[in-house]
Design a binder for this molecule. Sequence first.
Ligand SMILES: Cc1cc2nc3c(=O)[nH]c(=O)nc-3n(C[C@H](O)[C@H](O)[C@H](O)COP(=O)(O)O)c2cc1C
Length: 189
Amino acid sequence: MGKRLVDPSVNLFYPAPVALVTCSKDGEDPNIITIAWTGMLSSEPPTVGIAIRPGRYSHGLVSFSREFGVNFPKAEDIEKVDFCGVASGKKVNKFEKCGFTPFEGVRIRTPLIQECPVNLECIVIDAINLGSHTLFIGEMVAAHVETGLWKGETFQAMEANPLVYLPSTAQYVSLGNIIGRYSLSRGRL
Ligand SMILES: Cc1cc2nc3c(=O)[nH]c(=O)nc-3n(C[C@H](O)[C@H](O)[C@H](O)COP(=O)(O)O)c2cc1C
């Protein structure tokens, strides 16, 4: 099969997790921004990266309060997720408009989203200007996970019905079948 040499800036990195990032002015006027440019960066300490364009209202809030919440939505909340990714907190209260319930974290002043099964409280430890986006690196200082999503000590992420994004076609996807487990290849190849 041949390959096409293309401009690497055409949104080829896939799939992307979809997160609802909450941010505020030190707890006041909370806002929600949909973020797909995000990922886990290290385990110890647990750090997460989110990339936000400088023009976004949320960019100012995260820069000001140096904290943010990462909330993973369920696939069934797709319309609210999309709304938080097209409307600006400059003009609309997205918590109210989406009917999301804010709840208080234990380490940050910015509220988290009750309807999202997983909520991570993050404190900004670095912000790197990369050009079109600023990479905010947050240390995860607390995490909340719905009680019904545990089997013993293991969080059952699949049961949280995660929402995934395919940037090149701007499509939202829910996950399909589990097809294996980490280290399934051991002793086989
Ligand atoms: C699926 C999806 C993913 C997005 N990912 C990002 C992202 O990673 N970084 C970013 O700056 N904007 C991203 N956006 C765009 C912002 O969510 C959007 O501009 C939003 O309206 C900004 O809100 P604010 O003005 O309240 O900050 C995404 C939008 C959607 C729909």
